[in-house]
Design a protein around this ligand. Structure first.
Ligand SMILES: [Cu+2]
Length: 135
């Protein structure tokens, strides 16, 4: 009986794998007043598409979701309004592709230091991540 009561207390606390999972989040180190970027994988376990539409962090004056584009043989980047994560798929934010840009870091961001970023999804809502700072 005691065990049963314990189980009933524990089971609701076990969390299911999220509908949206963020994996392998990392950022490049950067110096104060400079820019850097955040990369990660978004795994959508749901049968419904979701959209990443914003990112926020206290680490920099501005945080923007960016996409990379080619103009002739020049590579540029620009803010992406929203990034669709298709149902049951993984979307990679990676060097040379989509990324989250940190503009004007408020302090030095050194290798091994901790960072906190909040990602905003239309359906999944806010997801807080702690990317690893590395090269
Ligand atoms: Cu960028």
């Amino acid at each position: 009986m005691f065990i049963l009561v314990m189980l009933m207390m524990i089971l609701p606390l076990q969390q299911q794998a999220g509908v949206i999972e963020i994996k392998n989040a990392w950022m490049r180190p950067g110096a104060k007043d400079m820019n850097t970027a955040l990369y990660f994988e978004v795994k959508n376990n749901s049968s419904q598409a979701d959209t990443l539409y914003d990112a926020k962090s206290g680490l920099a004056e501005r945080v923007e979701v960016h996409e990379t584009y080619m103009q002739g043989d020049m590579m540029g980047m620009r803010p992406a309004k929203a990034v669709e994560i298709k149902a049951n798929s993984t979307f990679k934010f990676q060097p040379g592709g989509h990324h989250v840009m940190f503009i004007n870091l408020k302090q030095n961001l050194r290798k091994g230091s901790s960072a906190e970023v909040t990602l905003y999804f239309r359906h999944a809502g806010e997801i807080k991540i702690k990317p690893e700072v590395r090269k």
